[in-house]
Design a protein around this ligand. Structure first.
Ligand code: MIG
Length: 771
């Protein structure tokens, strides 16, 4: 009734604040520099072009100044051409057409040759209800959606809706939403076409992929701020990811040691226990690189302190760890204990570094240390202060920093909306708090560690966090369902620029069965971050806790991880250059193959360019796998399989189904006990026969420093050519000397014996023929 009344009198805003205010008709427009400004009675739309495949639209009733973003690191190009007709304004780039309808104002994107990609719903377009701004889009009959990063549910998000509101999602499950992180970026696929859309807005945001609109509309929006989106029109999912990570940044090379096996627990309670675990790895010859200290290493959970009894001499433990080739990662939470005489508290109060109530009082929340204040990571000076404090850890030799509880979490999980961060209230910036903490940690430790790469791991994140940190998927559970869900989260995070990611292997909560532990560990081999972690009070989780037979299986898998490191490290390099993730849903490469979206195949993924992994529950000893078009080999047996069909394969606990793409080039090495060990100096180049020419960009550097930024890397293109019957390695680019001095080719799927002599791994172009 109220609605109708308002509409008739057209005094909507005054009488009922949930009245729908539609954008209206174009009244005027002008271009200034690289900005096209279009005005309606209610609002203003700003359009600018970032590249031939990226156009930004920002619609607002009152644009905030300055125009700033936590995610975007690029600038628009300057002036661009547009055409005007009686009905529309049209922007044409070489790749993309934006047709801006004037009455009413609507934004319709198509390919350069006019195939519709994504169009406003012609009736509703963009509108407001109170401060909430929503854009309604036309839904295409065959449209699929992937993305949004860490979100539960299926690979294809069609028919579901999501909320972004960073949450300490304890005990989440396959239906839970929201989780810890916010990535308001998705990719739409229909009619054989692809597009991407990034809503850069840190308010609570909403995405609906045709859940409840009679298959008519999809929609997205936020509780406040601007309708500020970047539209990506590149064709191909990989190209859209490349564009999205160009816009929001890519990860840098991680320290090589962080790609080794990581052992964590809440908590190893003393230095003695940490050392005991580390020594056991070495004694049992199970490779490992990283030990963790969870919250109990601190004095009363006070950040940047060491427990005086249990970690009385942290230097001593660090020296022992280092001597064994281990790195140590310690946890830091944002909550600063309220306690006079505690350095971080005193400094924070003295300099006014904490989040506040509107009357200027410091906000107090309760977390592990007790009553706490929370650093305002949105401020430059606070980030600098926080970053500099890491000397308490780095002086001892710690070079990994685990950022937890940064949604931010406080007991009760309901920080009042009037709490202020920077010049904004909690609801406007909550989704970026974790990212700013990770940023402060990264920038600070990078500075302190001089030229050494820090490893930063964060739980909460916003778009662009890949520039600062790896992420993990929070508190999962030790069930088969969670193992599969975790893989989907990892694959989906990869769509949104987050390449360096992992799950708690074994499940954080509850005790996995030995079978699940073994299975999950074999999947961990093929996860960008390979970390075993468990909740306090759970059974011990280390590889030797599962009986002799299982210990050997776990060991063998961890050894496989170390053998694959040259391949994995090169895949990380590829990600630093293109944004392509390490773990790739099949939807990236086989986007228009319906079967990759089937629920029973949706967890399958490519690990790098060459390996296809099919996650399997621990109690299934055979499984249907979908192999996309082309030829494949089972990695463990060399058996050749035809793709483009479903195959039923054995999946015993000793052999996770992993397949190699025909033509694959996979550089591997001998087993070492840590990445610090040199190994036997032989690079094993595995070539898997195929009909087509294939290439692999091999990359190496010192694994520790930033010297690669000055050219100290070792890069060469390896090419397999079945017609010329040759494998060639281009001359080396870069000034780094490979840690390998010999090369041995391992031939797979070739009919006659071919040369497999060990040869010198020289810098000049090399060619190895086969018959
Ligand atoms: O309130 O530091 O997700 O990995 O072990 C729980 C203790 C706090 C939550 C993290 C988990 C970590 C735990 N933390």
């Amino acid at each position: 009734m109220a609605l109708l009344f308002c509409a008739l009198l057209s005094i909507a805003p005054a009488c009922y604040h949930m009245e729908v205010e539609i954008l209206g008709n174009v009244k005027s427009f002008k271009q200034q520099g690289g900005l096209l400004t279009i005005k309606t009675i209610k609002a203003e739309a700003r359009v600018c072009v970032y590249s031939p495949t990226i156009i930004r639209v920002n619609i607002s009733r009152r644009h905030s100044a300055p125009d700033s973003s936590y995610a975007v690191i690029q600038q628009p190009i300057g002036k661009f051409e547009f055409d005007e007709s009686a009905d529309a304004i049209e922007i044409n780039t070489p790749a993309l057409k934006l047709s801006i309808n004037k009455s009413p104002l609507r934004f319709n994107f198509s390919t350069a040759d006019g195939k519709p990609l994504s169009e406003d719903d012609s009736r509703f377009g963009t509108n407001w209800q109170g401060e909430r701004v929503i854009t309604y889009r036309k839904l295409y009959a065959d449209e699929k959606f992937i993305g949004l990063g860490e979100k539960a549910g299926n690979l294809n998000r069609r028919g579901t809706s999501y909320v972004n509101w960073n949450t300490d999602a304890v005990d989440y499950n396959n239906k839970s939403d929201p989780l810890y992180k916010t990535f308001p970026f998705f990719i739409g696929l229909h009619s054989g076409l692809t597009y991407g859309l990034f809503l850069d807005n840190t308010h609570k945001s909403y995405f609906d992929f045709g859940a409840t609109t009679d298959d008519e509309m999809s929609w997205f929006g936020a509780d406040g701020g601007d309708m500020n989106y970047y539209f990506f029109g590149a064709q191909g999912v990989a190209k859209i990811i490349e564009d999205y990570t160009w816009l929001t940044g890519r990860m840098e090379m991680p320290p090589l040691w962080s790609l080794g096996y990581q052992q964590c627990r809440w908590s190893y309670m003393s230095a003695k226990e940490v050392l005991k675990i580390a020594k056991t790895f070495r004694k049992k010859k199970i490779p490992a690189d990283v030990m963790y200290c969870d919250i109990d290493y601190m004095e009363g959970f006070k950040i940047f302190t060491w427990n005086k009894k249990t970690f009385a001499n942290p230097w001593a433990i660090m020296n022992e760890l280092k001597a064994m080739g281990f790195h140590l990662v310690t946890i830091v939470d944002p909550g600063i204990k309220i306690e006079d005489g505690y350095k971080q508290y005193d400094e924070g109060v003295a300099n006014d570094y904490f989040a506040k109530y509107p009357d200027g009082e410091n906000y107090t929340g309760y977390v592990w240390p007790g009553r706490c204040h929370f650093p305002d990571f949105f401020r430059d000076d606070v980030r600098e202060w926080w970053g500099a404090a890491f000397t308490a850890l780095t002086d001892v030799g710690v070079d990994g920093f685990w950022n937890d509880m940064n949604e931010p979490a406080a007991w009760g999980q309901n920080i009042p909306w009037m709490v202020k961060f920077g010049d904004k209230y909690m609801p406007e910036v909550r989704n970026a708090y974790g990212m700013q903490m990770a940023r402060a940690t990264y920038e600070g430790t990078r500075k302190i560690l001089n030229n050494k790469r820090p490893f930063v791991l964060t739980r909460a994140a916003y778009a662009g966090t890949q520039r600062y940190s790896a992420v993990w998927t929070g508190d999962n559970t030790g069930t088969d369902e969670h193992m599969l869900l975790g893989q989907r989260l990892v694959n989906s995070l990869g769509i949104t620029g987050i390449s360096f990611t992992g799950v708690d292997i074994g499940g954080f909560s509850a005790n996995p069965t030995p079978e699940l532990m073994v299975r999950w560990n074999s999947l961990g081999v093929y996860t960008p971050m390979f970390r075993n972690h468990a909740i306090q009070g759970s059974k011990m989780r280390e590889p030797w806790e599962w009986g002799d037979v299982n210990e050997q299986l776990i060991k063998k898998d961890i050894e496989q991880r170390y053998k694959l490191l040259p391949y994995i490290y090169s895949a990380f390099h590829q990600s630093t250059q293109t944004g392509l993730p390490i773990s790739r849903t099949l939807a990236i490469e086989y986007s228009f193959d319906e079967k990759v979206y089937f629920e029973r195949f949706q967890n399958q993924f490519m690990f790098g360019d060459a390996l296809l992994v099919a996650p399997v529950e621990s109690d299934k000893l055979t499984i249907d796998v979908y192999l996309p078009k082309g030829d494949w080999y089972r990695l463990s047996t060399g058996e050749k399989l035809k793709g483009g069909k479903i195959v039923n394969v054995a999946s015993p606990l000793t052999d996770l189904p992993v397949f190699v793409k025909a033509g694959a080039i996979i550089p591997m090495q001998s087993v070492t006990q840590s990445t610090a060990a040199k190994g036997d100096g032989i690079l094993l180049l595995h070539i898997w026969n195929g009909k087509k020419t294939s290439e692999f960009l091999y990359y190496e550097d010192d694994g520790l420093s930033y010297n690669y930024e000055q050219g100290a890397y070792y890069k060469r293109t390896i090419r397999f050519d079945p017609k010329k019957k040759s494998v060639t390695l281009s001359a080396v680019e870069g000034t780094f000397f490979s840690r390998f001095d010999k090369l041995s080719i391992v031939w797979h799927g070739f009919e006659r014996g071919v040369n497999d002599k060990v040869v010198d791994f020289v810098k000049e172009e090399m060619m190895i023929g086969f018959v």
